[in-house]
Design a protein around this ligand. Structure first.
Ligand code: FES
Ligand code: FE
Length: 463
């Protein structure tokens, strides 16, 4: 089956001349219907990359209703440990309470809205608001106020705790929260992504931990450009990152891109997978023997084991809406052997034309310390505020907001997402893929991106 059959794309319409752009500034519902019709033709309005109305709708209908990543279990291992995090543009305290339960508390005092916690991380049994001194337990429960006997004799303490995310859960060490009381479970939300999270993070009992604090910096682009890139855009590597091959940091970078393919999952989640981009002695998932020997493949089902032993890997993924992952190899210096590193990346919206990029490095608890240090160095050399890949990507994405708000662009152009549609390339769905999801035969396709945007448009139309 080709991907175009799956999406019911009419090839005659697909090749129609560009034009007929409908209502570039029209009503939201009409616009979102156009987005879905456009996607079936492999096109997308630039309006999506800079529009205040769409941005507000994203905060209400995506970030307040979907499961959103908020941290890794290794960041808050002990009771009282906390870090500040965001869901959409709201700041929360991610904390492990005295009972060991993970809570996500709105960092906003119930008295007048003052932030009750101003440190990025720490350990505490209570949060005391600096304004009038109300006190909350690290579970969020209201715990008292100055002169309570005179000021609040009849206050119902049970009603005045910090607002708590109704759902917090984790999978393979990744903590997600959902602000919708009626949400489906995290397992159901992740769906088939669990299969891939197992082979990426569950290679042994010890698992992975964050190495240091996440790096954070501001990017002058729309948050969706990052999600779009990591869900399926292997095509840009040979062009945007070509210089890294030329200077010897990533020898054969064009060949690496060619070894990639896509896996598309229900819910808009998608992966960029690879088939053995490293020569021996790099084994399971591109790890050298001293690390691969610490993995326990007996814990996997036959199909997952076949994936791991088949020299397959996952370079990147995006879990809808804004969590991405990157695992690949670069050298930290020209002539040095490539080193495999793992990153979690989050695209945090800050208005329609700016986002905060958060970048966590993860290392194997079972690996030698020297290896983990070298992997960390390789990761921050490639991605992060000074990363050699990062500076390429973020400059490219920064064109989105100016195009997105341009009256002329909205009237006269649409972005091209036609790669992989019928007749465009040899892109097709593999009939014998061992894992869940739709796997492609090449990376010359925009299937994952189109499906991510389709989920985005559906979510914005949800009530
Ligand atoms: Fe927090 Fe008054 S605003 S105690
Ligand atoms: Fe890139």
């Amino acid at each position: 089956m080709t991907e175009t059959e799956d999406e019911s794309v009419n090839s005659a319409e697909q090749n129609a001349p560009v034009g007929g752009y409908g209502s570039p500034n029209g009503s939201m519902r009409g616009f979102l219907s156009e987005v879905q019709a456009d996607l079936a033709q492999g096109m997308l309005s630039p309006r999506v990359l800079n529009d205040p109305e769409l941005h507000q709708a994203e905060l209400e209908r995506i970030f307040a209703t979907c499961w959103v990543f908020v941290g890794h279990v290794s960041e808050i291992p002990s009771p009282g440990d906390y870090v500040l995090r965001y869901v959409g543009e709201d700041q929360f305290i991610l904390v492990r309470d005295e009972q060991g339960e993970i809570q996500l508390l709105l960092n906003s005092c119930m008295h007048r809205g003052t932030m009750v916690c101003r440190a990025e991380k720490g350990n505490t049994s209570h949060f005391r608001c600096p304004y009038h001194g109300w006190i909350y337990k690290n579970s969020g429960d209201w715990n008292g106020a100055p002169h309570r006997g005179k000021a609040y004799r009849k206050l119902d303490a049970a009603s005045w705790g910090l607002r708590r995310a109704p759902h917090v859960d984790s999978y393979q060490g990744l903590i997600f929260a959902c602000l919708d009381p009626d949400a489906i479970s995290l397992r159901e939300y992740l769906g088939d992504m669990c299969w891939y999270l197992d082979v990426l993070f569950g290679l042994n009992e010890q698992g992975m931990s964050v190495a240091g604090d996440p790096h954070r910096w501001v990017v002058p682009a729309n948050w969706k450009s990052g999600a779009d890139n990591f869900v399926g855009d292997a095509y840009h590597v040979q062009s945007l990152h070509q210089s890294l091959g030329e200077i010897g940091l990533v020898p054969g970078i064009e060949k690496g891109a060619g070894a990639h393919f896509h896996i598309s999952l229900k819910g808009g989640h998608g992966l960029i997978a690879n088939s053995g981009i490293l020569p021996e002695p790099f084994g399971v998932m591109g790890y050298p023997p001293e690390v691969a020997s610490t993995f326990d493949l007996d814990r996997f089902e036959a199909d997952q084991r076949a994936f791991l032993e088949g020299r397959f890997g996952v370079t990147g993924f995006t879990i809808f809406p804004n969590l991405s992952f990157f695992r690949s190899v670069t050298s930290t210096e020209v002539g040095q052997p490539p080193m495999n590193f793992t990153l979690l990346r989050q695209w945090q919206p800050r208005g329609p034309a700016k986002f905060d990029l958060w970048n966590w490095s993860l290392v194997w608890n079972s690996a030698p310390k020297e290896y983990n240090q070298a992997a960390y160095n390789a990761g921050i050399n490639a991605f992060g505020p000074s990363g050699v890949f990062e500076q390429d990507d973020t400059v490219a994405w920064s064109g989105g907001p100016s195009t997105g708000r341009s009256v002329f662009a909205r009237q006269s152009m649409k972005f091209n997402y036609q790669m992989g549609l019928e007749g465009m390339s040899d892109y097709a769905l593999a009939s014998d893929w061992m894992g869940p999801g739709d796997a492609s035969t090449t990376y010359y396709g925009d299937m994952n991106q189109r499906r991510w945007w389709h989920r985005w448009s559906e979510q914005l139309q949800s009530s």
